[in-house]
Design a protein around this ligand. Structure first.
Ligand SMILES: C[S@@+](CC[C@H](N)C(=O)[O-])C[C@H]1O[C@@H](n2cnc3c(N)ncnc32)[C@H](O)[C@@H]1O
Length: 320
């Protein structure tokens, strides 16, 4: 991280924590965007990797056409998609942001990374793929409404946000509005009303955890980043939503999306699972399912699983 301006990172972090990022354009220079791109954006990229790997594992690919990365910052979301899905489906990439500096930076960086790809500055109507990443906390209610109008012109929407309670609930409210038009591809294993909204689930939210590359934990620069900005490198909570006008094949009825972190107890783990019939807590007994229990205890579990259950007790892991 040679040449990183740590003061810039501190300023950005303060702006995000204070919730003042929406008030004015905070990108002051290319150096700001470079510092962000090498640190905060890397962490956001790992969240995108989590979402895109999950989509890939389930055989989902984006439709062919234009991609718009809206609120692009340094442009990491589109780069993550290009790195996962390749260039064949992407005919043109557009970057848009209220900051002209950010658009310029993102456009230049993608142009250098993917020679030959058409990369354009500015929004486009009816994008084939709309990418939204960490924008919700910076938008007023009116701006969110305008963004949803744009989303309604897209064929697919991939939206990744922080995994906080408030942001997850905001994204759920958006899902409830858009699911009349789009199919919910992920994280939901069903197309119905979000189970988090059911009575009794007020304390829960739909969030997941991405895993940073292990090299990060041995890297002194990342150690400095964590110490200076008081960020726990191990924890990468996210909430997300993938919507598609194309019909999504229905997953098997016993499919469950594991939400949040498991609660590890002596006799087993308690897991919050989202399934077609709703969101509820399941028990995974250590005695009968020791390997699965071990994976949950170690913090390594695929969030998309299939279980056989007797009431709330998991009796068999059918696929994970
Ligand atoms: C936290 S950054 C996220 C950047 C990038 N999407 C990422 O995930 O790294 C939020 C971005 O939203 C942009 N933004 C904020 N309000 C906006 C608005 N009203 N219209 C367009 N972009 C906006 C900011 O300039 C900033 O680049």
């Amino acid at each position: 991280m040679n040449g990183i301006d740590w003061q810039t990172l501190r300023r950005l972090r303060r702006t995000y924590l204070e919730g003042t990022a929406g008030l004015r354009d905070y990108w002051q220079s290319d150096a700001d965007l470079e510092a962000y791109d090498r640190t905060f954006a890397q962490r956001i990229g790992w969240k995108w990797d989590f979402v895109l790997a999950d989509l890939e594992a389930r055989g989902w690919r984006p439709p062919r056409g234009t991609v718009l990365d809206w609120g692009c910052g340094s442009g990491v979301a589109a780069r993550a998609c290009l790195d996962h899905f390749g260039r064949t489906e992407i005919t043109r990439l557009h970057y848009a942001d209220r900051s002209a500096q950010a658009v310029q930076y993102a456009t230049r960086k993608a142009g250098m990374k993917y020679p030959g790809l058409e990369v354009a500055a500015g929004a486009v109507e009816s994008p084939t793929v709309l990418l939204l990443s960490h924008v919700l906390t910076e938008l007023s209610p009116e701006q969110v409404e305008a963004l949803l109008e744009l989303a309604l012109t897209a064929e697919t929407v991939l939206w990744v946000e922080p995994g906080s309670f408030e942001v997850s609930l905001a994204l759920i409210a958006i899902r409830e509005r858009l699911r009349t038009v789009f199919h919910c591809v992920s994280p939901c294993p069903h197309q119905g009303r979000c189970g988090i909204l059911a009575k009794g689930n007020e304390a829960h939210w739909c969030h997941h955890f991405a895993t940073p590359p292990s090299a990060v934990f041995q890297d002194p620069d990342w150690g400095r980043f964590a110490a200076l900005l008081e960020i726990d490198l191990r924890s990468l909570p996210l909430s997300y939503l993938v919507l598609d006008r194309r019909p999504a094949p229905a997953p098997p009825a016993d499919t469950v999306r594991v939400l949040g972190r498991p609660r590890i107890e002596k006799a087993g783990a308690r897991l919050l699972g989202c399934a077609a019939e709703g969101v509820r807590e399941f028990r995974l007994p250590k005695r009968t399912l020791p390997e699965a229990f071990h994976r949950f205890r170690k913090g390594r579990w695929p969030s998309w699983q299939r279980w056989a259950c007797r009431q709330d007790e998991i009796t068999e892991i059918l696929a994970s």
